[in-house]
Ligand binder design. Sequence first.
Ligand code: URA
Length: 228
Amino acid sequence: MRPGAAVAEAVAAAEVELPLAAFADAVAGCTRCPLAKTRTQVVFGSGAPDADLMFVGEAPGFHEDRQGVPFVGAAGQLLGKLLAGIGLTRGDVFVANVLKCRPPGNRDPLPEEIEACEGHLFHQIELIRPKVVVTLGNFATKLLSGKPLGITRVHGQEQEVVLGSLRVVLYPLFHPAAALYTPRMLDVLEADFARLPELLGRPVEPPGPAPRLGLAPEPVEQVQLGLF
Ligand code: URA
């Protein structure tokens, strides 16, 4: 058996049938891309396993890689403050990233890394079954919308998408790390964030199986798994 094949098999099996904690255990040994060699640990995600609200950032940074938890640095502090502003804590939501492993030097994720890792994210979303998925910044927004439109153009504009077998409201926001250093962006992020209670309270169809292909109502986007 080639090196890493057992882990690859475990992850593939987990993607089919295991609940979130068991899936996290399987992903902890992932060797799907070279980041496995440079990471301290896989940063799977944290929060309520059945959260209605899920956040998807870009990739773990230095502190996340050390602690094994997403958004624990300065951007994470801001995310916590924004959540407190709408009466929520990190324990009420689930926070994850497009990449589960830190790119060396915090460089941008490579397309092949996103391609290797995206199955983990899609499966996480299917297990958590959130109503609203907030994408933070460009990488998460482009991946989960299936469109090349940048965050400056689409922030604050909710859309219904079908991710795998689940229909969710996708809500792109500026990345908190970018807003930390740009006061005008922070104002926009705060204003966009303030709409989350309204989106969560909307009587959208409860998460459930996606309509069969061809039966989806017009505005629903069918996001294909494997975008690169
Ligand atoms: N920390 C994370 O976990 N993700 C980001 O995108 C930025 C900081």
